[in-house]
Design a protein around this ligand. Structure first.
Ligand SMILES: [Zn+2]
Length: 410
């Protein structure tokens, strides 16, 4: 499977992947997935938003609301790595193969899911497909979305021939997502895989630094109201504050007006991405950064306005499921080992499923470089196989659990 996916959407120049939703490469990825599902005689369902779920059903009248869904996404960021998303889909299919090789027959449906536009690389909303499927975003909100070239989401769906009258997505009884680790926690712990305990809260904030445009030659340094200076000091303060608090703060995008080499700018707009272990800590982090901006603004004779654009609260994964993955999932691999519980600072479809009330857990596979959203992202085959085995073991144990009640798994 990995060999078939490797060339799809790959840039020969950077070696990175460009897999945006509802494009030609997306159609190829979906065709690949359909083919893999057909080969395994899984029952493929497509929802009105383009999400895919392929079910291994024990009987013809199986109740999908009692099903266990596992999967991830096939889209990538621009110039992303090979593993972020596809590893979860490939591992889910491989786990089904492993269970079948062992002669396991499920008593409830087991499905492989592929969510659309997880990265938000085209329409700007991360986890778009799972949010729509779970009802966390309405179609009325989604239809206002346009990609950077001005194409409306509904038109992109039409081009991809996604039928809006299809049946809605079935929320499963359990959701498991295997994902490449986007950091080096597992490297430091010397573990092939780990289990997610929680996702940190995360916010995006627009900072507007307003000054006065002026001539770069004739305006004395002492007479300027330069918002670039206010921005620069705020960005340095953000890095220092986040480092001291062991949190994350990133100014990754700025716009400068008028953006001329020979002009003191009139305005700098900068977007802050901030992440903290809990909601209160995130508020404190962002307030502290904004206060540093205000202090510097008084010195520069500029103004700072801060507007939160989106704030997602944290997600705590189902502790019973997490324990099952950490312990039971490895029984047959090595009973003396317990995979570590690790928090993550990245958002995932699993977070959306958990917020929708579906008992959810995540499994991370070690990434030796720790780099993600980049062609340098990597996982060793041996670690991936441990992930598949742990996922298969967890599916088998969950199959025996009471429907929709993860307490039954303890
Ligand atoms: Zn991902």
């Amino acid at each position: 499977m990995w060999a078939q996916l490797r060339p799809l959407g790959r840039s020969p120049r950077s070696g990175g992947y460009f897999r945006q939703p509802f494009t030609q490469v997306d159609a190829e990825l979906r065709a690949w997935f359909r083919e893999e599902c057909n080969r395994r005689e899984l029952e493929l369902q497509e929802d009105p938003f383009g999400n895919l779920a392929a079910w291994w059903v024990p009987s013809s009248n199986a109740d999908l609301s009692k099903g266990i869904l596992t999967g991830s996404h096939l889209d990538s960021v621009l110039d992303g790595g090979a593993f972020d998303g596809p590893l979860g889909v490939v591992s889910a299919l491989a786990a089904i193969d492993l269970l079948r090789e062992r002669g396991f027959v499920p008593t409830r449906p087991i499905g492989v899911g592929v969510f659309v536009e997880e990265e938000g690389s085209r329409f700007g909303v991360a986890c778009l497909g799972s949010r729509l499927a779970a009802g966390q975003m309405s179609w009325d909100q989604a239809k206002e979305l346009r990609d950077p070239t001005g194409i409306w989401l509904a038109d992109a769906y039409a081009v991809a021939e996604i039928d809006p009258k299809r049946a809605k997505f079935h929320l499963p009884a359990f959701f498991l997502e295997l994902h490449i680790e986007q950091g080096r926690d597992l490297v430091h712990r010397d573990q092939a895989i780990g289990v997610a305990s929680k996702i940190w809260p995360h916010g995006r904030y627009r900072f507007e630094f307003i000054g006065q445009a002026n001539h770069a030659g004739t305006t004395k340094m002492s007479d300027r109201h330069d918002p670039m200076l206010t921005y620069s000091v705020t960005a340095l303060a953000a890095a220092k504050i986040a480092r001291q608090r062991h949190e994350r703060a990133t100014f990754g995008r700025i716009e400068v007006a008028p953006n001329g080499v020979n002009a003191v700018p009139s305005k700098v707009t900068a977007w802050l991405d901030a992440r903290s272990p809990d909601d209160a800590a995130l508020v404190t982090l962002v307030q502290t950064i904004a206060e540093h901006g205000q202090q510097r603004a008084r010195r520069d004779g500029t103004q700072v306005l801060m507007t939160p654009e989106s704030v997602s609260s944290g997600v705590r994964f189902d502790p019973v499921l997490a324990r099952l993955l950490a312990q039971g999932g490895v029984l047959e691999l090595d009973p003396t080992r317990l995979w570590p519980l690790v928090p993550t600072q990245a958002g995932h479809d699993a977070g959306v499923m958990a917020q929708a009330g579906v008992p959810t857990a995540m499994l991370f596979v070690r990434n030796p470089t720790g780099v993600s959203h980049s062609p340098a992202e990597h996982a060793e085959s041996a670690d991936c196989l441990v992930g598949v085995a742990a996922l298969a073991a967890a599916l088998m144990q969950l199959d025996g659990a009471a429907p929709g009640n993860s307490e039954g798994t303890s």
